[in-house]
Ligand binder design. Structure first.
Ligand code: V47
Ligand code: SF4
Length: 385
């Protein structure tokens, strides 16, 4: 049992919420909004940290001080996309000089047996057949049977269903047969029709995104969820997004982790600058407190930056993502973080935040707890590209 800590509240409006959190009761919509409005970030962080410790010790039997990481590799097979979402700097048209399509050989050359998870997501190619996407999974499983595959967002699943003219259930059947393990959380953006119309109107909205994840969960596929914030969404829209995810999780229990994605403005001109670190920490903490039925909250260092991600481990996050290898989506939008990190650097970040590193697989099975065991410096900082 986690020790109940004292919090010195500057914003007294948070006290009833803290009482609820200690009793393990659910936070309602109005209280959720207050979490986004309060200036009392320290109290918010302490409440979220309490909720995180309780959740993690309950789930894993480990001390709630731990933070997870994974040895993974991101692959974005193509940046050619039929859609033109206004927030996206990654996608290009086929004739663009930055357009690329990776061959199977190129994809396989990026992998090695020590990688635990490959995260595959990319553009919606105008010419590729569903079989080409399936082949990527099949070949990875043939050459690297121990690598777990986290692939294709709900947006891509809807696209496969359309190009192959088969229902979503059949799409998943064929993906499972080809080697799919889990599904990433992208493409959710923010569940607001107002924002969808303004920024990504060609893409599926809340109803379809949630329907596809519901089907995946029903077929035994664990999935993740995201929120893209820091563009034109309101706090009410962020809360609504989180409540919708919580409702689906109540129904299915299929979500593994939630990843708030802080918008990288890049060349889009949508906002002058990225959300502040305080806004990032607030969003992590509010997510931990509102998503009381989600096992994990991820501080994605790629978009947050290494320093904010480390502090995020005190604001409700219990996972700092992975080595990644070669990130392209955020970096097309001028993200300042490295494109990949080494295991040693992730250990250093977690220990620097005063947490105990725990290496995991795609399902959050624990592979190794790094208690007390230190790898001596000098540590390589950036992963192999
Ligand atoms: O769906 C696109 C977002 C997502 C930008 O499931 C942007 O473990 C910020 O979903 N700034 C793809 N975000 C990435 C994603 C993800 C990342 C890490 C872990 C997991 C997981 C999933 O990235 C897209 C879109 O929402 N995105 N452009 C941008 N400029
Ligand atoms: Fe295409 Fe996804 Fe970018 Fe939209 S966000 S343009 S669907 S790659």
């Amino acid at each position: 049992m986690e020790r109940i800590q004292e919090i010195d509240f500057q914003d007294q409006r948070l006290i009833p919420i803290w009482e609820r959190v200690q009793r393990g009761e659910r936070i309602e919509r109005k209280e959720g909004l207050l979490l986004f409005q309060t200036w009392d970030l320290m109290a918010l962080g302490k409440m979220a940290d309490f909720a995180k410790r309780k959740k993690i010790s309950g789930l894993s039997g480990l001390n709630g001080d731990v933070a997870y990481f994974i040895i993974d590799r991101q692959i974005n097979p193509t940046n050619i996309c039929v859609y033109t979402c206004k927030f996206c700097d990654f996608a290009v048209r086929p004739w663009d000089e930055k357009a690329y399509e990776m061959t199977l050989q190129e994809i396989l050359s990026k992998l090695s047996p020590e990688i635990r998870e490959v995260h595959i997501v990319g553009g919606l190619h105008p010419k590729w057949k569903f079989d080409q996407y399936l082949n990527i999974l099949r070949e990875i499983k043939v050459h690297f049977p121990t690598i777990q595959i986290k692939a294709w967002t709900a947006v891509e699943i809807a696209f496969f269903s359309k190009i192959a003219k088969i229902p979503v259930e059949k799409v998943f059947e064929r993906l499972l047969d080809a080697g799919l393990n889990t599904m990433p959380g992208g493409g959710a953006e923010v569940f607001s029709e107002r924002v969808r119309q303004a920024l990504f109107k060609q893409k599926i909205g809340a109803k379809d995104w949630l329907r596809i994840h519901r089907i995946a969960h029903g077929m035994g596929i664990r999935t993740n969820a995201t929120l893209l914030y820091g563009h034109m969404e309101t706090y009410e829209e962020r809360v609504d997004h989180l409540v919708k995810l919580r409702e689906l999780q109540d129904e299915t229990g299929g979500f593994l982790t939630f990843i708030p994605l802080t918008f990288q403005p890049g060349h889009t001109g949508l906002v002058k600058r990225q959300a502040s670190a305080l806004e990032d920490l607030r969003t992590l903490a509010a997510s931990r407190l509102l998503l009381d039925n989600f096992p994990h909250i991820k501080a994605y260092w790629v978009m947050l930056g290494e320093d904010t991600a480390g502090v995020g481990l005190h604001f409700g996050a219990d996972d700092i993502a992975g080595t990644i290898g070669e990130e392209r989506i955020a970096h097309a939008a001028l993200a300042k973080s490295p494109v990949g990190l080494t295991r040693e650097r992730l250990l250093e970040m977690i220990r620097g935040a005063g947490r105990t590193p725990v290496e995991r697989d795609t399902y959050f099975n624990i592979l190794r707890v790094y208690n007390g065991h230190h790898i001596p410096p000098p540590w390589p900082r950036v992963g192999r590209v």
